[in-house]
Ligand binder design. Structure first.
Ligand SMILES: *Cc1c(COP(=O)(O)O)cnc(C)c1O
Length: 444
C-alpha cells in the first residue's frame, strides 16, 4: 500500500498526475499551495469501511453504520459523497452541522458531538432533527431535556463513555481513571448515572452508548478491549433497568500511513477482529445484539489528499555532525498544515512537476511563516537539484489539513479541489485578500 492516493501516477515526462489531471495543470488553474482530493480514492475508502464492517458483522446477523468524522475534512460536496456512499456523518459544531446539511446529508443520519455544546448548537440540531446527540456531561443532559421540552420534541441521545482504554500511536494503556475532558467515566460510575439520568429524562430518548478512544491507533487490541468494556456497561444497564440499549458506537481513530516506512491499520482486519471480540462478549452476557457504529475520519480523508506547494528559496545548512541539510522553503506551511508543529507529525514529499536523476540529499521542507518550527516535512531525501519554481507534493494531507488551517501571518488559506477521471472541481475556494479585508474593520 502506497502513501500516495490510488490514482497518483508519474507521467512519461516525469510529472505527477492525480485523478487523471497533471499537477502542473491543476496549479496553473488553481494556484499554490493547493489541496488536492482524489475523489475516487476518498469514496473507495468510505465504501471499504462500509463493506468490510458490514460483512464482518453480518456474519453474526448484526448491522453497522459508518459515520464519517467530518472534522477531518468537511465541505458540502464531501457531505454529498458520503451520503451517496451510504455513510452517516459526525459533526462537532454548528458550522459543521450547517455544511453537512447543505450537502444534503439527511439530518437523521447526522450525529452531533462536543464536550461543551452551545445552546444554539443543540437547538439547531433538535430543529433540524439530527439522528443522535452524543451527550458528554450531566449539565448537557439537563439543558437538552429542557430545550427538547421547550421545542416540543424528543431528543435522541447517546452517552459518551470514557472506558479507560487510552489509545494512539503504537500502544495503548488501560487506566482506571481518565484525566481528560471528554466523556463520562465507566470506572467511577458516572457513565451509568448519566445513562440512568437520560433514561428517566422525559424529553430524551436514550439510544445507546458511545466511546472514542483516541486517534492514529495502530492496535486492534485497543478497539477490542474498548468494545468489551462497552458491552459490559450495556449489560449492566440491562441488569439495572431491564431495558436493552439499542446502539453502541465504537468511535474512530484508525491509523493511516503518513510516511513510506510507517504502517496503517487495515480496516478489513479491524472489522473482523472487532466483530469476533463482540461475538465472544455477546455469547457470555447474552441478550440481543445492539446496532453498532464506528467513526473513521482520517482513514477516509487523509490518504485521499495531497498538498502541492511551489518551491521558493533553497538553502544548504551545515550540520554539527559535519553533514549538510537542504532547507527547501515552500509557499505555505503551518497555516495549511498544523500537524507537524502541533503534534510533531512526520510527512514525506516528492518533486511533483518533473523527475530528477540528481543525487538525493537530506532535506527539510519548510514554510514561509515567522517561526522556526514552521516545518512541512522534517526529514526527507530529495534530489540535490530541487530549485525555485519546482512543485513539491506532500501526500496524506487530506485529513486535519484544511480543517485545521489558519490565517496566521494573514495567509490566504489554499483552495481544495477534487479530481476524478481527468476533471477537477473546486470544493472550497481559496481565500482572497478581499475575504481578509472583509473581516477587518477599517479605521473611521
Ligand atoms: C476525531 C474524532 C473521530 C475521528 O478520528 P480519526 O482519528 O480522524 O479517525 C471520531 N469520533 C470522534 C468522537 C472524534 O472526536
Amino acid at each position: 500500500m502506497s502513501v500516495w492516493s490510488s490514482t497518483v501516477q508519474r507521467g512519461e515526462d516525469g510529472a505527477l498526475s492525480v485523478g487523471g489531471v497533471d499537477v502542473r495543470e491543476l496549479v496553473g488553474e488553481h494556484g499554490t499551495p493547493l489541496y488536492v482530493v482524489d475523489e475516487t480514492d476518498f469514496r473507495a475508502r468510505a465504501s471499504a469501511f462500509r463493506d468490510h464492517f458490514g460483512e464482518a458483522f453480518a456474519r453474526h446477523g448484526a448491522e453497522v453504520d459508518i459515520y464519517y468524522a467530518g472534522k477531518a475534512f468537511l465541505c458540502s460536496q464531501v457531505s454529498s459523497w458520503m451520503h451517496e456512499e451510504g455513510l452517516h456523518l459526525d459533526v462537532a459544531s454548528l458550522g459543521e452541522l450547517e455544511i453537512a446539511l447543505r450537502g444534503g446529508m439527511p439530518a437523521a443520519r447526522i450525529g452531533l458531538h462536543g464536550n461543551n455544546k452551545a445552546d444554539d448548537e443543540l437547538r439547531r440540531a433538535l430543529i433540524a432533527g439530527v439522528g443522535r446527540i452524543i451527550v458528554d456531561s450531566f449539565t448537557e443532559i439537563e439543558i437538552l431535556d429542557a430545550l427538547a421540552r421547550e421545542l416540543g420534541v424528543v431528543a435522541p441521545v447517546m452517552v459518551r463513555v470514557t472506558t479507560g482504554v487510552h489509545a494512539g500511536g503504537h500502544e495503548y494503556i488501560a487506566t482506571a481513571h481518565e484525566d481528560q475532558k471528554f466523556g463520562l467515566s465507566l470506572a467511577s460510575g458516572a457513565a451509568m448515572r448519566a445513562l440512568l439520568a437520560c433514561h428517566e429524562a422525559p424529553h430524551l430518548r436514550l439510544s445507546g452508548i458511545h466511546t472514542h478512544i483516541g486517534s492514529q491507533i495502530m492496535s486492534i487490541d485497543a478497539f477490542r478491549e474498548s468494545a468489551e468494556r462497552m458491552l459490559g456497561l450495556r449489560a449492566a444497564f440491562t441488569a439495572s433497568t431491564g431495558d436493552e440499549l439499542p446502539e453502541v458506537d465504537l468511535g474512530g481513530g484508525y491509523a493511516i500511513r503518513y510516511t513510506e516506512d510507517a504502517e496503517a491499520l487495515d480496516p478489513a482486519e479491524a472489522a473482523y477482529a472487532i466483530a469476533d471480540a463482540v461475538a465472544a462478549v455477546m455469547e457470555t452476557v447474552g441478550g440481543t445484539w445492539p446496532r453498532f457504529s464506528i467513526e473513521p475520519g482520517r482513514a477516509i480523508a487523509g490518504p485521499a489528499g495531497l498538498t502541492l506547494y511551489r518551491v521558493g528559496v533553497v538553502k544548504s545548512v551545515d550540520l554539527e555532525d559535519g553533514g549538510r541539510r537542504a532547507y527547501i522553503a515552500v509557499d505555505g506551511g503551518m497555516s495549511d498544515n498544523m500537524r507537524p508543529v502541533t503534534y510533531g507529525a512526520n510527512y514525506t514529499a516528492a518533486i511533483a512537476s518533473r523527475e530528477s536523476s540528481a543525487d538525493l540529499v537530506a532535506s527539510r521542507v519548510v514554510g514561509k511563516h515567522c517561526e522556526s518550527g514552521d516545518i512541512v516535512v522534517r526529514d526527507v531525501r530529495l534530489p540535490l537539484d530541487v530549485a525555485r519554481g519546482d512543485l513539491v507534493a506532500v501526500p496524506a494531507t487530506g485529513a486535519y489539513g484544511r480543517s485545521m488551517a489558519s490565517n496566521y501571518n494573514a495567509a490566504l488559506r489554499p483552495a481544495v479541489v477534487s479530481v476524478r477521471d481527468g476533471q477537477s472541481r473546486v470544493l472550497v475556494r481559496r481565500d482572497t485578500i478581499e475575504d481578509l479585508l472583509a473581516l477587518d474593520v477599517a479605521p473611521e
